[in-house]
Design a protein. Structure first.
Length: 277
């Protein structure tokens, strides 16, 4: 950082990784081959970028901070398999990115900007037909939510949204001292293995997530009360909800955070039929 006279931009949630040990854990989890192509999001000072370039056939690094572009170009000047893009990854068309810069599907390996972690993860999920694997450094709190089981305090909408379409493992945790400047929270590396088909088949994915969001809308309420109060769909009255819960064998006194993805899938199917009658 001193060499290039650069400071982390708090507005962009920048915390530059200076410890190589987490990098090795990420690279091991990614299992890169010489044939792999990689998208790196938020390369920062290029510590991970150069390692990716030495292992993969192609690396596309997307950096939003303009002041870092010449630094990245300097650090990677000896590599011919790198493309550095100044862009906001949330605004990128992933199909166009693949067509313009990759030969096919690509892995994502990144130390994500913490303030936009969840939107980036959801963008990866939405583009799972292009991305078989993502190895991400995120806040420890987010990693715990991604790997949470039903009935735990970390289990929520993000847990279901990601695990519906992926298998997630926590690779390791990382202390604050691994970054400059040190963040206020601890970090972790997660490995997300994308599924081409959802974990549970549902007839209407949009309605499935409406049910999930309604059930989690008031965590202290029972699943019956949460659905009755927050599922704003014509015909979804208390009687239809009661019947759907009974047919799926779900105790109406349970709370939304105790239901598994399978139970939400079954509930959404039956409830959809009930309100369509």
């Amino acid at each position: 950082m001193k060499k290039y006279n650069v400071r982390a931009d708090k507005r962009l949630g920048q915390h530059f990784l200076v410890d190589t040990r987490p990098l090795m854990a990420m690279l091991e989890a990614a299992k890169l081959s010489p044939q792999d192509e990689v998208l790196e999001i938020g390369p920062g000072l290029g510590v991970l970028t150069t390692e990716l370039c030495s292992r993969a056939s192609r690396v596309v690094a997307v950096e939003k901070d303009r002041q870092l572009i010449p630094i990245l170009e300097d650090l990677t000047r000896d590599f011919k398999n790198i493309c550095i893009l100044e862009a906001d990854v949330l605004k990128l068309d992933m199909e166009k990115l693949r067509k313009d810069h990759f030969n096919g599907g690509f892995k994502v390996v990144a130390n994500l900007p913490y303030y936009i972690t969840s939107p980036i993860i959801m963008k990866i999920i939405e583009n799972r037909h292009l991305i078989p694997l993502a190895v991400l450094m995120v806040q420890k709190e987010v990693a715990q939510r991604l790997t949470a089981e039903p009935g735990t305090k970390d289990y929520g909408i993000l847990s279901i949204a990601v695990n519906m379409y992926a298998d997630v493992n926590m690779v390791c945790t990382i202390g604050k001292e691994a970054f400059l400047p040190p963040p206020k929270v601890e970090s972790a590396v997660v490995k997300i293995m994308l599924r081409q088909k959802p974990r549970e088949e549902v007839d209407d994915e949009a309605f499935f997530f409406k049910v999930v969001e309604a059930a989690f809308g008031e965590r202290r309420k029972t699943v019956r009360n949460s659905l009755s109060r927050r599922l704003k769909i014509q015909g979804s009255d208390s009687e239809a909800i009661d019947q759907a819960l009974k047919e799926t064998g779900i105790d109406p006194m349970r709370r939304g955070e105790t239901l598994s993805i399978k139970e939400y899938a079954e509930l959404s199917k039956v409830l959809k039929c009930k309100i369509s009658e």
